[in-house]
Design a protein around this ligand. Sequence first.
Ligand code: PLP
Length: 348
Amino acid sequence: MKSYVFPGEIEPEILAVAAGEIPYMRTADFSRRVKAMERSLLSLAGCRDGRVIIYTSSGTGAMDAVVTNYVAARGKALVVDGGSFGHRWADLCRYYDLPHAVMPVGFGADIDFTLLDSIVEREQPAVLLMQHHETSTGQKFDLHRVSSLCRRHGVSLVVDAISSFLADPFDMDSMGIDIAITSSQKGLNIQPGLAIVMISKNLEDFQWCRRGYYFDFVENLRNLTRGQTPYSPATMLFLQLEARLAQLEADGGAESAIRRTERHAAFFRRLCREYGWTIPAVTPSNAITGFFVGGDTVDLAAKVAARGFYIMPCATPGFFRVNHMGVQTEDDLRELAEAIHLSSTSEK
Ligand SMILES: *Cc1c(COP(=O)(O)O)cnc(C)c1O
């Protein structure tokens, strides 16, 4: 099977790390290695002198942590809801009964900046919660524009960059982002299980709210100052992360990882045009291609799987997504497109 769902095909050397011997983590050696991972993540995210928390959880754990520790202390949130992940920010605010407003953005559409400006004027939020890339549609939002709007209104910007990190250019300091999150199974292209929060130096002295035990920023940051997590880390995933970060550094850092993903995306989108599949996203992320397939799309993902490829089906009929992160070649993508085409036009 070839995988075009997250995290995609993982490099064999990186996968092999997870099968090694499990080290004891309460050691000076493990602490040193965690500190090095933090430095490397901050450098990839363009977050000078910031802090990192690595949680053993899926990506949503980091969203939850941001809402309970930061939003709850900062004040009213405005959520940009361009799909199921934007929706999750709003769900979290609702779950914790925090004041928030929602700006819906249409399927694959861009943010209407005039509207956003007027909503910010009206709602006076303290913090804006959004995705860099709304993974459910493939749409990437313009963080520079959002950031300058936030600056103008004195709103703190929090970005879920889970599926854009290492797929699209991202720089916390120049984009004026106070908190960004990512997770292991998307751009980092390792197994699922780690959620990462990156906190700008701007928030160095911020008084975090303390209402979630496991995800508590104060406790996690205090422990991570010495390179330890308060609770058992997913040790082997930490080691995969370490190996992946070393490999990224050796391969030319974030820029070259982004270029690789961009090439995969551009190649596959040419094939989409050849087959007449349409891409709804106005400014698509490099991370995935979300596209409408014509013809018979009933059980299409299952039919494509029967031909040896996993792709992501969606709630929207006829809409499918292909991940471009991870190891893939142009030949792979050509075979994939052929399999989708045959599956959508075959009788059975
Ligand atoms: C994958 C993803 C998440 C987190 O999902 P988990 O299943 O909890 O890892 C959050 N936001 C975005 C934009 C994502 O793509």
